[in-house]
Design a protein around this ligand. Structure first.
Ligand code: GLU
Length: 284
């Protein structure tokens, strides 16, 4: 009998733990419950970002977050009434972004997320807040890849669910031997090990990788501008109120100098010259 009771308690504990894991600490609204502060419950906001893109969205070994998208997310959250300590950053890999939003795992996503009609079938965007262009990263001694067509028959790496991979398959170099991985950092390892000949995605992301201390002198950008990538903040389809509030925050960020400061801080060290802040087009 005693044994049975212990077993039942253990089963209940396991069941509770499983429930907690399944919830992932967030409710369907992308709001997680925070701790108690002075007796009042402190809400948290869950925001999706990239964890492996230096200059854009990066989780450091110390567990802190840096990058332009992190600064944009933090600014927008503040305008929505959340202080930095109320933000929970969640990794949003390219292929998972629409799903994370639709499932309510995040309130919004700031993750080098290009606004496209296809994505707008599933999610809405605020913005755009940044304009990047697709480019190629090759090894420093590479001389045979200088334009998109040169990629045909070459081994090229990009990320599943990204516009970069789609553009290659559809138009840029349909004959390229395209390897699609989960994240750009995995592609970079392939480029270094010579298992791939080039890595393609937005120049904003590639510049950050090329400038990393451990990569200095190893890679170069070709400087091609193969597409326009307008970064938007992804949010639940139909949430007009949130879209309007985020658009207002982005406008304010561009006009009060915080946008420019974030560009200089995050892209300056990589020598990346960004385009000016784009006009807001979503939701109007
Ligand atoms: N901006 C492109 C996209 O949204 C490429 C970068 C990325 O995968 O995050 O697909």
């Amino acid at each position: 009998m005693k044994v049975f009771k212990t077993g039942a308690v253990a089963a209940a504990v396991v069941a509770l733990a499983l429930t907690a894991t399944a919830c992932g600490g967030s409710s369907t609204s992308g709001k997680a419950e925070g701790g108690e502060t002075g007796g009042a419950k402190k809400d948290k906001v869950v925001i999706g970002i990239k964890f492996d893109q230096p200059g854009v969205g990066l989780k450091t070994p110390e567990g802190t977050f840096t990058g332009f998208d992190v600064d944009v997310a933090t600014y927008v959250a503040k305008e929505l009434g959340y202080q930095p300590d109320q933000i929970e950053f969640k990794q949003a890999i390219s292929a998972q972004r629409e799903t994370l939003i639709a499932n309510g795992d995040v309130k919004f996503i700031v993750a080098s997320y290009s606004i496209t009609d296809k994505r707008k079938e599933k999610v809405d965007f605020a913005g755009p807040y940044f304009l990047a262009h697709q480019d190629l990263l090759v090894r420093a001694d590479e001389s045979t890849i200088t334009k998109a067509e040169d990629l045909n028959k070459k081994k090229l790496c990009s990320v599943t669910g990204s516009t970069s991979a789609q553009n290659v398959k559809k138009t840029l170099a349909p004959e390229a031997d395209l390897l699609e991985l989960q994240g750009y950092s995995e592609c970079l390892t392939g480029l270094e090990n010579k298992t791939v000949d080039a890595l393609t995605t937005d120049n904003s992301i590639l510049a950050g990788f090329a400038a990393q201390e451990k990569n200095k002198g190893k890679f170069k950008l070709t400087g091609l501008s193969l597409s326009n990538e307008n970064y938007g903040i992804g949010l639940k389809k139909g949430d007009k109120e949130l879209q309007t509030k985020i658009n207002a925050a982005l406008k304010k960020m561009a006009s009060d100098g915080a946008w420019e400061a974030a560009v200089t801080k995050n892209f300056g060290p990589a020598g990346y010259k960004s385009e000016p802040a784009p006009q807001i087009t979503e939701g109007s």
